[in-house]
Design a protein around this ligand. Sequence first.
Ligand SMILES: *Cc1c(COP(=O)(O)O)cnc(C)c1O
Length: 230
Amino acid sequence: MIEENIKQVEDNIAKACERANRDRSEVTLICVSKTKPASMVEEAYKTGQRNFGENKVQEINDKYPILPDDIKWHLIGHLQRNKVKYIINKVHLIHSVDSIRLAEQIQHEAEKADKVMNILVQVNVANEDTKFGLQVSETEDVVREIAKMPNVHICGLMTIAPFTDDPETNRVFFRKLKQLSVDIKSKNIDNVSMDCLSMGMTGDYQVAIEEGATLVRVGTGIFGERIYNK
Ligand SMILES: *Cc1c(COP(=O)(O)O)cnc(C)c1O
């Protein structure tokens, strides 16, 4: 099932790239394996996937030691400052930096680990009360502050669009994030590159690619529905 799903998603990505006149190599598929067992990650890994996304520190910690070490782990969920230390040496990219204080903690832990941590700044483009992320209007100022941190490198922006049955309704938000990244890029801020745009999930990744996504985060479309039991 996973192999077929990935084929379908890959096919959709290729087609979206074609529609947008983009090269397939500009888009990275992140397989969002949250709540799913390591065996399913392995199945996706065997088809050639190497980028996996998790939204909980605990789950990355559980899966990390038992899965191949060439996996690139992406932390896509809200990150608490006291948990930064557990993932600083495990994740390839933190997508969900939404405050200077969190970035300061990442700076602190990255310096101790003698590394530079790549991050994205999360923006709440749709202005939803329920979502984490910065307001569009405050993003540049926050980027400028984080840019001063030598062990933190901003690679771009991330957003979580509203849940919707009609992906077209999210196009405006993807376009807005892309525009914001172009605006910030034009400021040529030291230690900031705006090459990554993490946007698009199972319901809307094709539209996101048409609007410039370089990282799409697909969970359900690959691993099936998630069952949450408390
Ligand atoms: C769960 C999650 C996804 C994947 O969602 P699907 O709709 O299952 O593809 C993507 N991004 C974030 C931040 C998530 O938490």
